[in-house]
Design a protein around this ligand. Structure first.
Ligand SMILES: [Zn+2]
Ligand SMILES: [Zn+2]
Length: 151
């Protein structure tokens, strides 16, 4: 997970957000960016811990800092724990979030698959739109699979 490339990407992304790219920040951000779905703070901590001895408070503080500076999204998924995912990088046109109403799973969805016209949106609204993060609610593939089996 912690390849030199992932570290380099995290380092340059931190620089873009104006944060000093300390080793700990690079470790936390590359861990979040390396996941294909949003992680809870605890999951981030456990993944970092698998390779580096960082204490939990440090990891949580860094996540807060990254969220405040726009390096990661902080997602509140109803009654579940807050989750984090990386901004930029993998999705040049931004990304949105799917929430499963049954298990609470949150997944990142490439905005390119949603086919909305950000330019038209910008023209229709008086606000200046810099990014779009739509909330999609429904039933994930795992839960819909279970539902089909049980009846
Ligand atoms: Zn589900
Ligand atoms: Zn996301």
């Amino acid at each position: 997970m912690h390849t030199p490339d992932a570290h380099a990407a995290a380092r340059s992304f931190l620089a873009q957000t104006g944060l000093e790219p300390t080793l700990n920040r690079i470790l936390v951000l590359s861990t979040v960016a390396g996941s294909h779905h949003p992680l809870t703070a605890r999951e981030v901590y456990e993944r970092v811990l698998a390779e580096h001895r960082l204490n939990r408070v440090t990891v949580y503080r860094i996540l807060d800092l990254l969220a405040e500076n726009g390096a990661v999204n902080r997602i509140n998924s109803t009654e579940r724990a807050v989750r984090y995912c990386a901004r930029g990088g993998r999705w040049p046109n931004g990304h949105s979030h799917f929430h499963c109403t049954q298990c609470g799973e949150v997944q990142c969805v490439d905005n390119d698959t949603l086919h909305f016209d950000q330019k038209a949106l910008g023209n229709a609204l008086p606000m200046r739109i810099s990014s779009v993060d739509l909330r999609l609610d429904g039933v994930c593939s795992v839960c819909s699979g279970k539902a089909a089996k049980s009846g």
